[in-house]
Design a binder for this molecule. Sequence first.
Ligand code: AMP
Length: 144
Amino acid sequence: MQVQQILKSKGTDSVVTVKPGTSVIDAARILAEKRIGTVVISSNGTKALGILSERDIVYHVARTGPSVLTDKVDTYMTSNLVTCQLADSADSVLERMTNGRFRHMPVVEEGEMVGLITLGDVVKARLSELAMEKDALEGMIMGH
Ligand code: AMP
């Protein structure tokens, strides 16, 4: 299974982005409103400059205090982004997420973001693929 199929099964390829200079509290409001775990920082909506996750916010507020909330997302985002491409396999993405200990990955083609997949998206897609394989094997064994 490829990233392309995972994105298709999600039904949306839109990525929630905020511009550099956005405050952390505004980013947190977007996370809460949309019930998501990360925002991608981008000036034009397609070139990813960094990612800010709920974990970053919790970590920095706990360490520094509530003043973090009025700082800019740029200060706390992870700019060393790990991305994937449409043709990458689900297994390779799972491996990179597990090794890097993060749950989100922008999908980038020729420098432009074309979607974002989460650990949950990949696990769900892999489980349904495994269930189909199991049914097919059972069918073969039972002679259906
Ligand atoms: P997450 O598990 O995605 O909430 O993120 C955990 C940590 O990894 C946070 O510090 C994020 O900023 C960072 N992070 C999330 N996604 C990525 C990614 N694709 N590449 C690099 N770092 C990431």
